[in-house]
Design a protein around this ligand. Structure first.
Ligand SMILES: [Zn+2]
Length: 279
C-alpha cells in the first residue's frame, strides 16, 4: 500500500508519496490546485493509497477546514469526503502544528514551540511530545494577538494584530504605506540608507521579540524554534533575539530555554509524514 503526505500552503502544494512499489514527490502551485481535487487525482494515479495526511495553512478542526484565508477550498468536510467515498483514512492538521511536530522530532525536544514568520506569523505548540490543540484546534495563533493599531487590516479583519508587524505580509504592507521600494527583505531594509525602511525593520524585530517573549512567558517551552521565509532569509535574527529576549519575557521562563533557527527545509510536510505514522 501507499501513503500520501500533502502540505497545502498559500503558494505551493507539496506532496510526497511513500509506497511499497513507488515513491514520488513534487510541488505544484496551490493557487491553481484545489486540495481535494489534487488528492483525487493522486488516487487515480496511485490506486493503492490507503492513508492521506494533510498539513494545511489555515484553521482546521475534526477533519474539517474551518477557515482558509489564502487558499481556494471546494471540499471543507475533507476527512468525511475521503473516508466515505474512497474508504481511505485521512488526517488534516494545521501547518504550524505539523511544523512543530517535525521540529520536536528533529531536535529531540518534547516541550517545544515553533514560531514561523513567513507570509504570516504563527506558532505550533508541542507539550510532552503531543501537539497542543486547544478546544477547537485554534491554539497557537500568536500572529493575531492584539499588539498595536496599524493603518491597514490583517487577513482576520482586525487592524492591530502582531502579524501586521512581524511577518512578510506585514513588512510588505508597511513598505507600501511608507512608500519604500524593493523586496520585503529584512537584511536589505536594515542596510537601507532610507530611515523609513530601517524603522520598519526595527519594528519587525521588536514585534517578533514581543511574540517570542509572550510564548516563552505563557507556555514555558524548553526550546523555541524560529522558522518561516523571513527568518530563514535573516539568519542574524537568532543572535539578536537571544541578546534582547530578556526584555520581553519573565526571567525565570528563559532560564535554560534554547532558541534555534529551523534546519528543516519543509517542516510542515515532514510533520504531515509524521502524522501518517500515527494513523
Ligand atoms: Zn489578524
Amino acid at each position: 500500500m501507499s501513503r500520501l503526505a500533502v502540505d497545502v500552503g498559500g503558494t505551493h502544494l507539496r506532496y510526497e508519496l511513500v509506497g511499497e512499489k513507488e515513491e514520488a514527490c513534487g510541488s505544484v502551485s496551490s493557487r491553481d490546485t484545489e486540495p481535494a481535487r489534487f488528492i483525487e487525482s493522486m488516487l487515480e494515479r496511485y490506486p493503492d493509497i490507503d492513508a492521506v495526511a494533510i498539513s494545511f495553512a489555515g484553521q482546521v478542526n475534526e477533519g474539517t477546514i474551518v477557515a482558509a484565508p489564502n487558499i481556494e477550498v471546494a471540499v471543507t468536510d475533507i476527512r468525511n469526503h475521503f473516508e466515505s467515498r474512497y474508504g481511505i483514512r485521512l488526517r488534516i492538521e494545521n501547518d504550524l502544528n505539523c511544523a512543530a511536530l517535525a521540529e520536536s522530532v528533529y531536535w529531540g525536544e518534547k516541550d517545544l514551540v515553533a514560531i514561523y514568520s513567513g507570509t504570516g506569523l504563527g506558532s505550533g505548540i508541542v507539550e510532552k511530545g503531543e501537539i497542543c490543540h486547544g478546544w477547537r484546534n485554534l491554539a497557537g495563533e500568536i500572529g493575531h494577538v492584539p499588539y498595536r493599531e496599524a493603518p491597514f487590516s490583517c487577513g482576520c479583519g482586525k487592524n492591530n494584530c502582531l502579524e501586521l508587524y512581524a511577518s512578510g505580509s506585514g513588512l510588505r504592507k508597511w513598505m507600501e504605506y511608507r512608500g519604500c521600494d524593493g523586496d520585503p527583505d529584512l537584511g536589505k531594509l536594515f542596510r537601507s540608507p532610507d530611515g523609513r525602511c530601517r524603522e520598519i525593520a526595527e519594528r519587525y524585530v521588536t514585534a517578533l521579540l514581543y511574540g517570542i517573549g509572550t510564548i516563552a512567558t505563557l507556555l514555558n517551552p524548553k526550546m523555541i524554534v524560529l522558522g518561516g521565509g523571513v527568518v530563514q532569509h535573516s539568519l542574524f535574527l537568532k543572535e539578536r533575539v537571544e541578546r534582547e529576549i530578556g526584555k520581553f519575557a519573565l526571567n525565570v521562563s528563559l532560564e535554560g530555554m534554547k532558541i534555534e533557527t529551523t534546519r528543516i527545509e519543509n517542516a510542515s510536510l515532514e510533520g504531515a509524514k509524521l502524522l501518517l505514522d500515527t494513523m
